[in-house]
Design a protein. Sequence first.
Length: 292
Amino acid sequence: MDDVHEGRLVRPDGRTVAWSESGDENGRPVFRLPGTPGSRFSLRHDQGPWLERGLRVITVERPGFGASTRLPGRGFAEHADDLAAILDHLGIAKLPVYGGSGGGPHILAFAGRHPERVSACTIGGGAAPLTDEEVHEQVDFNATCDGLARQGDADALRAVLEEARTAILADPLAGFRALMDTAPPQDQAIMADPAWQAAHARGMREALAPGVDGWVDEMLAIDGDWHDVDLASVTSSVTWWHSATDRNCPLSSARRLAGHLPNVHLIIEEGVGHLVADDGEGAMLDELLART
């Protein structure tokens, strides 16, 4: 990947946090937070939307994924502080932030904890706290994992994720499609693209290379009480794109969370699934940049 540059920073507690930079290396910086599990190589197969807009896309790993050191028992605040430290390291005062799925709560934590560093936020198909009913509306794999995480059964959760990791590393595409076998047709169509598959395989292999502990930690945080996400302090504008047929993050959970944000615009897309950001990233970026 000649068009991707990597960076690493050692935090005061000795952890390494890693990121990649792609798109226009001299362009306007934006943070892009990947889903779960994700890595610094969870990148678009087609960087056209970034290059056309002159964007320097900074994709940051969370603890326990890829080259970034695990932090057992973490919530969301720790990664929010990692992001602020990376901006200090890169000499960037403020920038727009976007991402989706499991990256959603991390975006909100960063915007609430470091509001002076965020010019605007966009979330696509973001994770939100679930009710018991919403857990069972998801694809089977998510329903199982979220159920175990909500019970605090880390050992059982780790066993399920270990099995999934083994399948993904053996064949990232077959393994992922098996996890998404009850996803809506729109997501299935995106996953059928060979270019999407190649990019996805690289990101997943890197994310899970160290093991599943980072994945376990993240699931426990997402299914926890979100005590370190201060929604009232998210002073930047937030546009939340979601699909009515999302079976990874049910729309009702997104509606409920959005109701607690001071300045949010919820856009409900028809004809897309959970991978709403993959399908329409150009439009999402145009809308995000128009607010900065």
